[in-house]
Write a protein that binds this ligand. Structure first.
Ligand code: ZN
Ligand code: FE
Length: 239
């Protein structure tokens, strides 16, 4: 399974995953159609599925155009069926979604939105976390409670430590600066931020990140209890 990271809009990432032999592909969270179409045409692949982590426009903006152009099927959370544009296939928490050579476990991870899900390609050890877990940060709580977000992050934290995390935005450096203000003696965090800076200076994405790094450096995953998590989340909103 090959992955192409496709920058969209200002700071979004869409991801195209494809089977190199069959040339079948899924796109995760197409913010807009144009940059996705460019990659599809260049690599001559068939866009079979569009996977959405949540309904926000910067994650579903390309749904309609891509579906019309490639006759792709759109996969989203059952309880968000009225908010995911053009949805075809409805998935539930803990379900295994399997098609072609793609196989992912669905996790319902509410907090950012009530219907947010993650797609975990467990055989490849890759998870697409949308706006729930970012590298060195987590999403804003728009529709859920602090407790829901805390528990959603816990679900991801419990995956194998060598899992690769692909999130919805390039927020890593700002997130890292926030982590540093609360965890200034964390050497591993400092090294991670230096590596991120180098990548960004070379116009490379800081994504994917590895779960083990996040567990050691991401202050939201390090939060011991709901109370300290909630406090950090409030502070981050005003950072
Ligand atoms: Zn969002
Ligand atoms: Fe977003």
């Amino acid at each position: 399974m090959e992955i192409k990271i496709i920058p969209c809009l200002n700071d979004n990432y869409s991801y195209l995953i494809f089977d190199k032999i069959k040339k079948n592909a899924c796109v995760i969270d197409p913010s807009e159609a144009k940059p996705i179409i460019e990659v599809i045409e260049k690599n001559k692949i068939n866009l079979k599925y569009i996977l959405n982590t949540h309904h926000h426009y910067d994650h579903v903006g390309g749904n309609k155009e891509l579906k019309e152009k490639y006759k792709s099927k759109i996969v989203g959370f059952k309880e968000d069926k009225d908010r995911i544009p053009e949805i075809d296939i409805m998935v539930e928490d803990n379900q295994i979604w399997k098609n072609e050579n793609f196989e992912a476990k669905i996790y319902h991870i509410p907090g950012h939105t009530s219907g947010h899900i993650a797609f975990h390609f467990f055989k490849e050890k890759k998870i697409f976390t949308g706006d729930t877990l970012f590298s060195l940060g987590c999403g804003r709580i728009f529709e859920g409670t602090y407790e829901q977000m805390f528990n959603s992050l816990k679900k991801i934290k419990d995956l194998p430590r060598d899992t690769e995390i692909y999130c919805g935005h390039e927020y890593t450096l700002q997130n890292g600066n926030f982590c540093l203000t609360h965890d200034s003696s964390n050497l591993k965090l400092k090294v991670k931020i230096e590596n991120v800076k180098k990548k960004l200076e070379n116009s490379l994405p800081s994504i994917p990140t590895i779960l083990a790094d996040e567990i050691e450096c991401n202050i939201f995953l390090k939060a011991k209890d709901l109370k300290s998590f909630s406090k950090l989340r409030d502070l981050k909103d005003n950072f």
